[in-house]
Design a protein around this ligand. Sequence first.
Ligand code: 0O2
Length: 230
Amino acid sequence: MSEDVSFKDILMSDHPDELMRKAAPFLNLMMKYECAIMEVETKFNVINNEFSTNHNRNPIESIKTRLKEPLSIIEKMKRKGFPITMESMEENLFDIAGIRVICPFIDDIYILKKMLLSQDDIKLIQEKDYIKNPKENGYRSLHIIIEVPVFLSSGKSNMKAEVQLRTMAMDFWASLEHKLKYKKNIDSANAESIAQRLKACAVLSSDLDIRMQEIRNDIDSKGSGNDEDE
Ligand code: 0O2
């Protein structure tokens, strides 16, 4: 990478032209993260298409993607005590490019992970299995940080991206919990009870996932054999 650029330096510009000139390397880097999102999303769409042809069902219900906002990038680097520069952002933040894959069944999550990681241009950097080890509040999902190559006229860049794989039940819980967390008018007496009730809902949603998986396994084992034989 060329000379490191500080966010403060970009923001100190007092003329629009100067701001655009100084922000150009940042915008170029964000474009590369956006391309990484496109590459990974396409890979999942290809996996889903092939799986659907071979096994007559889709392991992916939906895919959501997001590029982290500049203010969230700065906030996270501050919170973690990293230097607020572009080099630091590339080295320390792994979730600037985010891909969330929602699956019908728990098994689909691990099938998709295996299929993605078996591709020879994908490198696994880190894995956090919050399904096998849920967070204290009940949050479940499989997080993997990967590196994916992006090919531009300037050459190849290996970009990091965070893939979150979860079932529809895990996504339902996480989306509502996320919305509730940002409600500002929860007093501290109420907060404890809310946390406990959310945890109880997480346990229910985990039970639902396990039961639905069991029903599917049962149907598959008695079915025509036209499904996957992983
Ligand atoms: P967004 O907008 O979804 O990206 P951090 O927790 O950020 O300090 P790290 O190591 O990145 O550090 O955390 P982790 O746990 O690997 O993953 C963080 C992301 O997972 C979050 O991103 C959420 O998307 C999701 N997540 C993790 N824990 C919870 C949780 O308890 N509830 C919900 N609803 N989501 C969770 P961001 O950056 O918070 O937001």
